[in-house]
Design a protein around this ligand. Structure first.
Ligand SMILES: Cc1ncc(COP(=O)(O)O)c(C=O)c1O
Ligand SMILES: N[C@@H](CCCC[NH3+])C(=O)O
Length: 452
């Protein structure tokens, strides 16, 4: 590998073609251990960290693309919408467009970014429990394909922006009464949380009635989202049964057959070695068949299946790289390795007690492994990134640590806490790295200050 000094740092200007050893899940498929240390898409993480600084998120473009393709191949009859909330930037929007997926957005910001990136509006679906009048107007102006209705007040508001000549296709978000997901805070398939209309008690049927009464709205189908990080297909099958039951009630009451059934996202990925995600092949083998059978029993036309994976497309494609700032050995035998990021770039451990794995990159160590808590740099005792990690006992300041499965709900949920600034993001492909998002600086914060 040739190392060339550029603006005071070193970077690899020739792709590293030395074969390494693949390290498997939860790392990107391209991740290898080799002479250059840990590489992703042929790029040494240590070189990239030197080039762009840390904390750095490294996103493997081909991993994202191949995950999009896997969905399209596994579910040929279905429509696949990438859930932008997992993470969105213009380059990612380009890859999603090129791979033929649609986009699920839930805010004016996501919608504007997608539109500015040139994402085809007819392939965009807008949902959210609190859409502002501006968001609805923007969605109409941009001609987004579908809007998911989440409360009754939205129906006349949206109808006022639509007409029989330029109708808006909508889905009704249903709460099917199915509990699934990795944490209570993300279980949206049950009553007692803020999203959607419950099946039980008739809320969902009432929403359907009101949408059908509006000449400017076209009811395209039903929508649900059960939760996030769901590892089994079973909850989706139960949701299919319950939603098909509702479809048949709608047919019986209104004489209409709805053409779409959106089961949302929630497909789990492995975060730890040996962990399993949702099996996409099993999902693809069981869900469409269950849908067809349930419809046949009720003599319904089979609606088109829509899925909205976010995490499963992007989480496994990124690695977060941190530099160790201090290593504290306590009298009671604990070791705390504090890194230059933390809960401001990854709030998931603090929010959901999420577990991650971590590896030393950039140097080889023959030291025995020991238990280390990898902690962040923020003023919170709960700012722990990886509890009880196994890392070499000679871990020291200046070392680099890499955390896999970092592509979803980390940068997108990053905050400005302690004015540390949100990390940079680099894309890697074919042995080359390019910066997609620069690091946030205090100047960015100061630029928003307009008074004192
Ligand atoms: C409506 C909807 N669709 C899709 C998703 C994407 O979920 P996930 O990233 O778990 O696939 C979410 C977030 O959980 C959501 O709320
Ligand atoms: N942010 C959550 C997922 C919620 C997705 C939004 N509906 C997580 O990291 O697991």
């Amino acid at each position: 590998m040739t190392l060339t000094p550029v603006r005071g740092c070193l970077y690899a200007d020739e792709p590293d073609t030395t074969p390494g050893t693949p390290i498997g899940t939860p790392w990107p498929a391209s991740a290898q251990d080799g002479p250059a240390g840990l590489t992703v898409a042929g790029v040494a993480l240590a070189d990239t960290a030197d080039r762009f600084g840390t904390p750095l998120y490294v996103l493997d473009e081909d991993e994202v693309r191949s995950r999009c393709r896997a969905y399209r191949t596994a579910l040929p009859g279905a429509e696949v919408l990438y859930a932008a909330k997992a993470f969105l930037c213009s380059a990612l929007a380009d890859w999603i467009t090129e791979e033929g997926l649609g986009l699920d957005v839930c805010s004016e910001g996501e919608l504007r970014l997608a539109a500015a990136a040139g994402f085809p509006p007819e392939r965009i679906l807008l949902h959210g429990n609190a859409k502002s009048p501006e968001e609805l107007r923007l969605a109409r102006r941009l001609r987004v394909g579908r809007i998911v209705v989440d409360n009754l007040a939205e129906i006349p508001r949206l109808a006022a922006l639509s007409s029989a000549d330029t109708p808006q296709r909508v889905l009704v978000r249903v709460v099917p009464g199915v509990a699934a997901g990795h944490h209570e805070a993300v279980r949206t398939g049950v009553a007692g949380q803020k999203f959607g209309f419950a099946l039980e008690g008739g809320d969902a049927l009432e929403a359907v009635r009101r949408v059908l009464a509006q000449p400017g709205l076209v009811l395209a189908g039903l929508h649900c989202h059960l939760g996030s990080q769901i590892t089994s297909v079973e909850p989706y099958l139960t949701a299919v049964d319950r939603l098909v039951e509702l479809l048949s009630e709608i047919r019986d009451e209104h004489g209409v057959q709805l053409p779409e059934l959106d089961l949302g996202g929630g497909h789990a990925v492995p975060y730890l070695p040996g962990e399993a995600g949702l099996d996409l092949d099993e999902f693809a083998a069981l869900v469409p068949v269950r849908l067809a059978d349930a419809c046949k029993r009720r003599r319904l036309d089979v609606p088109r299946l829509v899925v909205e994976p976010g995490r499963a497309v992007v989480a496994p494609a990124a690695v977060a790289v941190y530099r160790v700032l201090t290593v504290k050995h306590t009298a009671d035998g604990r070791v705390f390795a504090a890194v230059d990021g933390g809960m401001s770039d990854n709030p998931r451990p603090a929010l959901y007690d999420a577990r991650y794995s971590v590896r030393l990159v950039g140097r080889a160590s023959t030291a025995a492994e020991r238990e280390v808590d990898v902690v962040g740099r923020h003023c919170e005792a709960g700012d722990v990134l990886v509890r009880s990690a196994r890392l070499p006992a000679d871990l020291r300041p200046g070392d680099l640590l890499a955390v896999p499965a970092a592509g979803a709900y980390q940068l997108s949920m990053a905050s400005g806490y302690n004015l540390v600034g949100r990390p940079a993001l680099a894309a890697v492909r074919g042995g080359r790295a390019r910066l997609l998002i620069r690091r946030e600086s205090v100047e960015d914060f100061r630029a928003r200050e307009v008074g004192r």
